[in-house]
Write a protein that binds this ligand. Structure first.
Ligand code: FES
Length: 562
């Protein structure tokens, strides 16, 4: 079965089941109004789900979802997986066992013996006759909902609309089962009160054609038969996995990682399976479903021996502008020895998943800011290391907040210096305005921090800032956990130099004229100079801003995007 077909079938089945759950829970929640409202809602519910199309869709989805779950369990080469995925799997596997009794006593009883599964009869059974089953059923309801929510979250979180709707969806995800359970409890109380009326129960059982002892025994046999079948299928899959593993072990290949670690796995394992088996930290935001691209690896050796990527993998790699030697670890099943290097940090989050592969480097026009505390080294000489770390961390917090709230990215904290990038997402014009706004916020923040720490500091902290804008190569660079977005090139070099000369000019900010031009800000009121920069023939025209507070008030806005 092709990967694409499996994915589509799973998605379609999951959506039908999710729709069923939402409507079913909403129906339960009507119990908060009254038993009659619940029953009226059920008639609408049945009109959909007991129509020919509805029945086909529902039972088709249950079958497809269940069979594919077992198929995917068989296909998995290792059961090592992230906690969320393990929870999803475990819930998916226990749910059929938990829900069978309920389905048999409602839907199947209606089919086989014509029993009316109206709420009064079902709630009477679960709330009054066998409350333990009611609790069991409530637990099953929560587990089914949790399974559905995990699946939805991990499937949809790469969609551009998801972050915008996340808060609303989370609220619905919490509220709906709570309202459903409250509705059930309220209906239970109403039914319990009705049951005290003489003859009510007898009339209910008669009117709903509740199964008699013989029919009930047949239904129980049916339930047990289904559970046995399910258990056998599950055990069969596990046995088949074991047999396959035994056969495959004879044909092993070796996957080498940049640390020198070698993981030996049978042919048929994906590179991601190998990483998980060998305990190699490896990003896999979508859990190896071929949706996020975070598992991508550069194939250092053995590229020509790999099976070609299928259409879905090619599409995803094209979407992140991956280089020709890059493959998705979760979709690549080597048949000979290979050496690979994971490209993204294991800590990557969903929001960064489908961004272009900027690790390969892209030239972009950006603004680069450097800042440094004046005379900090001398000041630190007379302080205990603990005090130095404390003051530095407060300083980094202050300037870091100023940078991010203006829309920039703090890139490096080295010693008492900071490097920040602006305009990566919104271009150089916005980036330059952001950088100027950040410089103002940094100076204000550091002044406030100095006042707060007056008792700790011999003199108030003062910073010097340099800002330049122009082309730079931007990409993720580094290794292991120290793998971050940074920039290199002449623009960075010049910005660093501008920060250094703030000491010579005795000013707070030296900004290149290029920044003023990009930002559309008139800096002509500030002293001009042509600055020589080492290893650069052309001089840089700069403006010397003694006090950042003198910058035009228009650049104060936070998080500028245009
Ligand atoms: S783990 Fe998401 S595409 Fe491989």
């Amino acid at each position: 079965m092709s990967e694409r077909l499996v994915r589509r079938l799973r998605l379609g089945a999951a959506f039908v089941l999710l729709a069923y759950l939402i409507l079913h829970f909403t129906n339960h929640a009507l119990g908060l109004i009254s038993l009659d409202a619940m029953e009226a809602g059920r008639l609408w519910f049945l009109r959909l789900w007991r129509s020919r199309v509805g029945t086909l869709a529902l039972y088709g989805a249950i079958t497809v979802h269940g069979v594919l779950a077992l198929w995917l369990l068989y296909r998995r080469r290792t059961l090592r997986m992230p906690a969320w995925e393990a929870t999803q799997y475990a819930l998916g596997l226990v749910l059929p066992a938990l829900l069978t009794a309920h389905v048999v006593s409602t839907q199947i009883a209606w089919w086989r013996v014509g029993a009316d599964d109206r709420y009064a009869r079902i709630v009477f059974g679960l709330w009054v006759l066998t409350p333990a089953r009611g609790v069991w059923q409530s637990v099953a309801l929560i587990l089914a909902w949790t399974h559905a929510c995990i699946g939805f979250h991990y499937g949809a979180r790469f969609r551009p609309w998801y972050p915008r709707l996340a808060a609303v969806l989370f609220t619905v995800a919490v509220l709906l089962p709570v309202l459903a359970l409250l509705g059930f409890a309220e209906a239970g109380r109403e039914v319990a009160a009705l049951a005290r009326t003489p003859g009510w129960m007898e009339e209910l059982l008669r009117a709903t054609r509740a199964p008699g002892p013989v029919e009930a025994a047949a239904l129980i046999r049916m339930r047990d038969g289904f559970l046995t079948l399910y258990l056998l299928a599950l055990v069969g899959v596990l046995v088949a996995r074991g047999v396959r593993h035994g056969l495959e072990r004879r044909r092993a290949i070796r996957i080498t990682y940049p640390s020198g670690q070698v993981v030996t796995v049978p042919i048929g394992f994906s590179v991601l399976d190998a990483s998980r088996l060998g305990g190699v930290p490896h990003a896999s935001v979508c859990g190896g479903r071929g949706r996020c691209s975070t598992c991508r690896v550069r194939v250092v050796r053995g590229l020509a021996d790999l099976p070609a990527p299928d259409a879905a993998e090619q599409r995803l790699l094209a979407r992140v502008a991956a280089a020709p030697d890059v493959r998705l670890a979760c979709q690549t099943r080597p048949i000979r020895d290979v050496a690979v290097a994971p490209l993204l940090a294991p800590s990557i989050v969903a929001g960064q998943a489908l961004t272009a592969d900027i690790r390969q480097g892209r030239e972009r026009e950006i603004a680069v800011l450097f800042a440094d505390v004046r005379g900090f080294t001398r000041m630190a000489e007379n302080k205990l290391p603990y005090d130095v770390v404390f003051v530095l961390n407060r300083y980094f917090e202050t300037v870091g907040m100023a940078v991010t709230s203006a829309g920039g990215i703090t890139n490096q904290f080295a010693g008492d210096g900071v490097m920040a990038l602006f305009g990566i997402d919104y271009g150089p014009a916005a980036g330059c305005r952001q950088a100027l706004a950040a410089s103002r916020a940094m100076v204000e923040g550091v002044a406030a921090l100095s006042a707060e720490l007056a008792g700790e500091l011999p003199v108030p902290l003062r910073i010097g800032i340099g800002i330049h804008a122009g082309p730079a190569v931007v990409g993720r660079m580094g290794w292991g956990p120290s793998f971050y977005l940074t920039a290199v090139g002449d623009t960075v070099h010049v910005a660093a130099r501008l920060e250094q000369v703030t000491k010579d000019y005795g000013c707070e900010l030296v900004v290149s004229e290029a920044v003023g031009r990009y930002a559309g800000v008139d800096l002509s009121a500030f002293r001009r100079d042509d600055l020589a920069v080492r290893n650069r023939t052309a001089r840089v025209a700069v403006r010397i801003v003694e006090r950042v507070a003198e910058l035009p008030a228009t650049i104060r806005a936070a998080n500028i995007r245009s």
